[in-house]
Design a protein around this ligand. Structure first.
Ligand code: 5GP
Ligand code: ZN
Length: 112
């Protein structure tokens, strides 16, 4: 499958990983939009949030748990951070493998 994040999961494209278990991997975004910019993804190829089903409930919860853990480990839990999931064209999604952006390390601009 021609999916850049599946290739990162396989290791055929290199990435700076900060977390990995049997179901999830987290790594530095290649074009950081903030001092901290990690991507947290399921190893399972799910194209967008629209494709998530009830059987993925535990996996989605674990993505957020990993985000919390990384924020805590990086020391930005108290200062604050932002979790973002872009969906389809209007949402600005570019890579069609589900991912949560973890952004922080500075005061972020408002969304609107
Ligand atoms: P989206 O707009 O789909 O929510 O975000 C995709 C993100 O993936 C972007 O922030 C982009 O910089 C990042 N990205 C795209 N290709 C690669 C890559 O090959 N490696 C890494 N580490 N990040 C990537
Ligand atoms: Zn994929």
């Amino acid at each position: 499958m021609d999916c850049i994040f599946c290739k990162i999961v396989e290791g055929s494209i290199p990435s700076k990983k900060v977390f990995e278990n049997e179901r999830i991997v987290a790594f530095h975004d290649i074009q950081p939009a903030a001092p901290v910019h990690m991507l947290i993804i399921p190893k399972k190829h799910i194209p967008t949030m629209n494709d998530v089903t009830a059987e993925d409930d535990a996996l989605i919860a674990e993505l957020f748990a990993v985000a919390r853990q990384i924020a805590s480990e990086l020391g930005i839990a108290e200062s604050g951070y932002r979790l973002v999931n872009n969906v389809n064209g209007d949402g600005g999604q570019v890579v069609y493998h589900l991912h949560i952006h973890l952004l922080g390390g500075a005061k972020l601009n408002g969304l609107n």
